[in-house]
Design a protein around this ligand. Structure first.
Ligand SMILES: [Zn+2]
Length: 134
């Protein structure tokens, strides 16, 4: 499957913070260094993850960076992919939400999507990290 470069880096960064950001604050520089993500991608990725409430950013004081604020087993791989790919905003296979779409799969598209996304919804960040569900 082909994903946007930003999406791949975002999933990677989210996994890193889920793994290490429970106990301490993680800086963008650390993620860049440990996961080989170009630093220039991280401000946008991290602020989006923070805006969606997956991580929390700390700007002032001694602690600067990001922490995990939710249980890694509550966040599905789909949540992160969708945040950056915008799948749930897509209306159809051929075009964005559009009642005049003439594609032959139009009436099936919702169900096709559901089936495609099911495994991504089932897998949580915690699952990927081997964290047992509570
Ligand atoms: Zn269509």
């Amino acid at each position: 499957m082909i994903f946007k470069t930003t999406t791949r880096y975002a999933v990677c960064a989210a996994l890193y913070i889920a793994q290490h950001g429970k106990q301490r604050v993680i800086t963008a520089g650390e993620i860049a260094a440990k996961r080989g993500i170009p630093y220039s991608y991280l401000p946008r990725i991290l602020s989006r993850l923070a805006k969606c409430g997956i991580i929390k950013s700390f700007h002032g004081g001694r602690e600067k960076g990001y922490r995990m604020v939710r249980d890694a087993n509550e966040i599905s791989v789909f949540d992160v992919f969708d945040m950056f790919e915008g799948w749930s905003r897509e209306g159809c296979l051929l075009r964005p939400a559009n009642e005049d779409c003439m594609c032959p799969a139009h009436h099936h598209w919702k169900r096709i999507q559901e089936e495609m996304f099911a495994p991504l919804k089932r897998y949580k960040l915690g699952t990927c990290l081997g964290v047992p569900a509570r």
